[in-house]
Design a protein around this ligand. Structure first.
Ligand code: FAD
Ligand code: DLZ
Length: 510
């Protein structure tokens, strides 16, 4: 009885449920670089290099462990352009009894694989993805009966469940669940930000860089200076690097932005977590261990654990609870197209230019750039959620629909009516000025709102508040903003709205 064990490009974990109980002598592991997966969005070039190179390394590791692996190399003229075609072909050749796989991360492909039983005429066993700390059903049970879902309460449940940062008496370590109030410092260059972890490309990665340059030259981004890890060993070294050099300051500067530093004190571990090279529990445990060893303060460690144990699991839970309807939500009725400068970085707004430039070069921008700069602008400008979601899915090395969509559509665009977050993260240029040094390098003046040289975020912010009064006036967290708007004299309000209308009509010129 031979099984075909299908392992996808973001399932590169030796603990994968599809591999449990596998018979290396009999079963055939299938991995395939296929056009359909490489092109369902215009993946950043570095993401393609990372996934293909990591897949090839993982296949070799499986062979070293005694598995038979059928590896389908990318070829643009291959008769097999989809995973289904590869599996169908092999199932026939090997007279396989069934296909075994781990549930797939994205609704799009999951829905296809769930039809294979009928389409291929053979059993397909889909096992749960045990790498996540909360199962889909577990999350659904937690969410049942709640009108709005709040990450903080889910996170506390997860702390209790895993015991991470909990005392033996069941209390949060340090006496508080959350140290966010301590995590809002502006960074002024000191302490210096650590250099990011680097792995120089080996022969396989160099081959993938050539392949991507040859066949995906029209995709966003650059392959230049590729230095991501492509094996679990190197991803663990990246984790160690983060714990030693960045974690101690992660909390303090978590919300900071810099005109000159792309990575600050962030971990840059999402590409590895999302492709399976690292597992969430090992990452959280390493951070918690650093706190127990006195190497990092509680505000840093708790803040970091919350991102993974809290946000990462929470958004995945929401995704599977609400798809496919979630992807079509547009509760604020946005209709505007995404300005072209999101793809080129050709804008005078310094904060936007820096965030898009880092995105282009690195396939990376940190959370506050995604949320409070490129995301905030899209929210204020009323960009259609689908267009901005498509952009986020394409441009980041860590982008997968299950994590990108709730973050963009829910957290940033508030297009789900507040199901994921209690209020939109709308902010004027003042916030960006407070948390970064971009404004001093910008042609726009962050202290102005109505003038020709005024920071576009300012008038757009008030326009957003004005046009969405009916949506938010009952929200207690937004009352003060509305009061501030209503307190301004009528002429000033009209001038602000006129400036905002001009900006909205001229987005491409900004
Ligand atoms: P760190 O700041 O070091 O955080 C540690 C880890 O926590 C991350 O590696 C990540 O696994 C997790 N994490 C932190 N914030 C979130 C969050 N909001 N949701 C889920 N996990 C989180 N993250 C992705 O992994 N893929 C995406 O496609 C993605 N799209 C996003 C789109 C938007 C509009 C926004 C606002 C956020 C998005 N995020 C996404 C979340 C977050 O920005 C990235 O996880 C983070 O920037 C990755 O960098 P890092 O590893 O240095 O993170
Ligand atoms: C992201 C990606 C890419 C670019 N290419 C492949 C591929 O060729 N073969 C494959 O098995 N997986 C790939 N992936 C990851 C899948 O798109 C991912 O498994 C699904 O989107 C589910 O999360």
């Amino acid at each position: 009885m031979a099984n075909l064990i299908l392992i996808l490009g973001d399932q590169l974990s030796h603990t994968l449920s599809a591999l449990e109980g596998a018979d290396p002598g009999k079963d055939l592991v299938v991995m395939a670089e296929v056009h359909d997966e490489a092109s369902y969005t215009s993946h950043h070039k570095k993401k393609l290099v990372l996934i293909f190179s990591a897949m090839r390394h993982f296949a070799r590791e499986l062979e070293d462990r005694g598995f038979r692996v059928h590896y389908h190399h990318y070829a643009p003229d291959s008769p097999h352009q989809s995973l289904e075609q590869v599996v169908q072909d092999l199932a026939g050749q090997h007279n396989a009894d069934k296909v075994v796989t781990t549930e797939c991360g994205e609704y799009r492909l999951d829905a296809e694989i769930r039809q294979w039983h009928d389409r291929l005429g053979m059993p397909v066993e889909i096992r749960p993805d045990t790498r996540f700390l909360a199962g889909k059903e577990e999350f659904a049970r937690w969410a049942e009966g709640r009108k709005q879902l709040r990450m903080e309460f889910f996170y506390r449940e997860m702390r209790r469940k895993t015991g991470l940062l909990m005392t033996p008496d069941g209390e949060p370590e340090g006496g508080h669940w959350n140290y966010d109030a301590d995590n809002r410092r502006k960074w002024t260059g000191k302490p210096p930000a650590p250099a990011p972890f680097r792995v120089e490309p080996d022969a396989t990665t160099r081959e993938m860089i050539s392949l991507v340059e040859q066949h995906f030259s029209d995709h966003f981004g650059t392959t230049e200076d590729f230095h991501f890890a492509v094996t679990a060993d190197d991803a663990r070294a990246a984790l160690d690097h983060f714990i030693d050099f960045a974690l101690p300051c992660f909390g303090d500067y978590q919300d900071a932005m810099s005109d000159t530093e792309d990575w600050l004190f962030h971990s840059i571990l999402s590409p590895y977590l999302n492709s399976g090279l690292l597992e969430p529990m090992e990452v959280c445990e390493a951070a918690v261990q650093a706190w127990y060893a006195g190497q990092a303060p509680i505000n840093a460690v708790e803040g970091f654990v919350r991102q993974i144990l809290g946000w990462r699991e929470f958004v995945r839970g929401i995704y599977w609870l609400t798809m496919p309807d979630y992807a079509r939500e547009n509760r604020l009725g946005n209709q505007r197209s995404l300005p072209w400068f999101y793809w080129t970085g050709d804008t005078h707004m310094r904060c936007m230019q820096r965030a898009i430039d880092s995105t282009y070069r690195n396939g990376y921008a940190h959370h506050i750039q995604r949320l409070m700069v490129t995301g905030n602008f899209a929210l204020l400008a009323g960009i259609h959620p689908e267009e901005i979601c498509d952009w986020y899915l394409a441009v980041y090395v860590d982008a997968y629909d299950w994590v990108e969509l709730p973050n963009t559509l829910g957290m940033v665009m508030h297009a789900d009516g507040g199901y994921l977050g209690s209020k939109p993260y709308a902010a004027s240029g003042k916030y960006i000025h407070r948390m970064s040094d971009h404004c001093s390098q910008c042609v726009y003046n962050v202290n102005n709102t109505t003038e020709e040289n005024a920071c576009p975020f300012n008038a757009l912010y008030w326009h957003f508040m004005d046009r969405h009064q009916a949506d938010f006036h009952r929200n207690p967290r937004m009352k003060m903003m509305f009061r501030n708007w209503q307190r301004q004299d009528e002429d000033r309000r009209q001038a602000t709205l006129a400036r905002a209308e001009w900006l909205l009509d001229n987005l491409e010129k900004l």
